[in-house]
Every structure is written in C-alpha cells, then in structure tokens.
Design a protein around this ligand. Structure first.
Ligand code: GLA
Length: 374
C-alpha cells in the first residue's frame, strides 16, 4: 500500500470510529483488536485526557487493556498487566483487567439459597465457584453505548438472561468508564433484575506502578483504610469471622511495603488474597479505601469506593508462564489488584452486608482509581 492510500485508510477508520460515537461529547477512538472463537469482533476503545493519560478498554469482558500514566518525571508507562494482542486473553486465567460478574470472588461449593430455592452455579476453582463461573461477564462481548459527558467516557452494557451460569433473574447490567483531566478513572456499575438474585461486581486490573512487567510490586507501599479483614480457609472461602487487623500481617492502616509481612500470611500460594472490611465503606459513604506508592517511579494510586470491601490480591497465582506486553514475563507478585466489592461468599454469610438484588431495586456502585505522583 502506498504511503498516501495508507493515510487515507487511517483517516477513514478514524472517521468511522468517531461516527459510531457521534452522540458523545468527547469522541472515543477505536480499533479492531481481534476475534473470538465464536467469530465475534473485538474492539479496543481508548480514552485519552489532556495530560496524555490514556485508558484502553475492550468490549470482550469490558476489560481494561492499558492504563498509560506519567511518573514523577512525566515519563509515560502502561501500569496495567495484560497483553498487546487479543488472543492470549482467551486462554489466561488471571482475569487481567476484566469486569467480573455476576458474582466477583468465591461462592462456597457454588451453592446459595434465595427464598428457600437452592441454586447451584458452576464450580470452577477447586470446590468453589469463582468470578461468575465458567463463562462469566469477563468472557462475554459487551455492547457499547455512548455517554453524555464532558470527559472521555464509554459505557458497556449487557443482558444476562435468567439462568445464565446458573444465576436467577434476567439481569441488565452496565459499566461506565470515565477518565477525568485530573487522572482519575471512574468506574460505575448499574444492574437491575426481574427476580431476586445475588450480585457482586468488580474490576480485576493488576497494577504495577513501575510499569507492567517491570519487576515485582513487593516494594510498593500500601495503605488500606480497613481495620478488619475476613480470614479464609484453605480454599480461600471466608470463615465468617470479621477479624481486627491489629497485630496481624493484614495491618496496612499505616503505609507499609507489600513485602514486609507477606510471607507471614501463609496460604498456598503465599501472599495477600483477602477481603478487607473498609472502615466507613457502607454504601452511603464514598471513601478513600486504599493508597499505593511506588517509591522508584513516584507513581501513586488512590482508590475510592462506595463498596464495603476490597479484595487485596498480590498476584500470588502468577507463575512466570504468561508472557505479556512487550515480551515481558509476569512472575509471582508482578502485580497487585484492589478489587472493590462486597465480601466473598456473602450469599452464605448472614453477618456480611447483603448482596441480594431484588426486582425494582437498582444496584449502583462507583469506584475511582486516581493516579498521581509523589
Ligand atoms: C481473585 C481471587 C484470587 C485469584 C484471582 C485470579 O483475586 O481472589 O484468588 O483467583 O482472582 O487468579
């Protein structure tokens, strides 16, 4: 192709991309990213703000593929673990960047009860159900909708029929991503049902503030605004106890390097994979849940949420078998997740905040990942 026709083609693709989002106050460029084995087209959308920060999200799994943010010297790096191409997203089991539903984290034995009816959802993680089952929201193509916003924004929505992955209720669900000019990525969820059901939605981005694939996150300094956590059994199901973090390796109430007490957490594989009970996070309050700092790059991430918990996960299951962006290998502790959500296995624990969604009610939740430097 000549240089000229190439340029014309690019211009055409851009115009088509913009036309698709014509109702947006801010145009969202898009590019083809791949195709699923079912033949569905996968598209990658990129939100860019005035500082050159960008967030790329694909419609498969409403998955965050890239988060490009400046360090203290203004150098841009992609801090989200993932892949340059679509294909590896089909086989990885790490849930990189994905929107997780209907139920984030685990449900013991895949069993729960609503109004005396027992439901069995697929068991896909030892004896338990993890992250929505065999084909959760992370493995579905979402519809793209325009968003009225002064900031770059995009909404993904889908209809999850009654009985999908064993869950009751016809569910309409959407997730909206907004990127502001103060480097905040805001993620808002909304869901409605026509039968009582359980819902727990989160985003599963793995961050490495030094850049994806640039070593371990054990030297990142974390503060969690949580004075309790929910201890788990050997299969990572909460025992039901809400335990004070004081005097335990789970005490991140003051800034603490991730690696300082990590070995003392036990577990197989060893590391943090626990739900923290946010200090004032019960619905009405929108609180600072977590702060993370990478001393080398100076990048800082603050997480705000209205959810009652955050799953702090240190990439314990990463084992160096996934080769990611730029050919870099993702080793154990190569990324951390702060999955804002309800507590794992809430359907089976009456003392945890309820995850029931009833007909007529609207599930709404917002989390903000705010980036800065120090
Ligand atoms: C969550 C879980 C972890 C693990 C990862 C995906 O964070 O809590 O145990 O399953 O997802 O590997």
């Amino acid at each position: 192709m000549s240089h000229h026709s190439h340029a014309v083609l690019i211009a055409l693709i851009t115009v088509l991309g913009l036309a698709a989002c014509a109702q947006n106050s801010v145009a969202i460029p898009s590019q083809p990213f791949g195709r699923t084995p079912r033949g569905e087209k996968v598209t990658l959308y990129t939100l860019t703000n005035k500082n050159g920060m960008s967030v790329s999200i694909m419609d498969y799994g409403a998955t965050i593929v890239k988060i490009v943010v400046p360090d203290r010297n203004g150098k841009l790096d992609d801090v989200a673990l993932g892949f340059d191409h679509f294909a590896p997203y089909l086989t990885q089991t790490a849930y990189f960047g994905a929107t997780i539903g209907r139920y984030a984290n685990r449900i013991a034995r895949g069993k729960f009860e609503i109004n005396r009816t027992v439901y069995q959802v697929p068991v896909n993680n030892g004896p338990n159900s993890l992250h929505g089952g065999l084909r959760g929201f992370d493995k579905r193509i979402w519809k793209v909708e325009p968003v009225e916003s002064d900031n770059p924004a995009i909404r993904f929505s889908r209809f999850s029929p009654n009985g999908e992955e064993g869950y009751p209720g016809n569910l309409f669900v959407s997730v909206t991503f907004v990127l502001t000019d103060d480097n905040r990525l805001q993620i808002s969820y909304r869901a409605t049902t026509d039968k009582p059901t359980f819902i727990n939605l989160t985003n599963h981005t793995y961050f490495n503030l030094a850049g994806a694939g640039n070593g371990s996150i054990l030297d990142h300094i974390v503060t969690l605004h949580a004075s309790a956590f929910t201890p788990v059994d050997a299969d990572l199901i909460p025992t039901g106890e809400i335990k004070d973090v004081a005097g335990t390796p789970w005490d991140f109430r003051t800034p603490t390097p991730i690696g300082l007490h990590l070995k003392e957490t036990g577990g197989t594989p060893v590391g943090y994979d626990h739900n923290f009970v946010l200090t004032k996070g019960f619905f009405s309050n929108f609180d600072l849940a977590a702060e993370v700092e990478d001393p080398k790059s100076g990048r800082v991430l603050k997480v705000y949420t209205d959810q009652p918990g955050v799953q702090f996960y240190t990439g314990n299951f990463l084992d160096g078998t996934l080769t990611g962006k730029g050919g870099k290998v993702y080793r154990q502790y190569g990324g951390f997740c702060l999955e804002t959500q309800h507590f794992p296995d809430s359907p089976n624990h009456d003392n945890f905040p309820s995850t029931v969604l009833a007909p007529g009610d609207v599930f709404k939740s917002t989390t903000i990942y705010a980036f800065g430097v120090k």
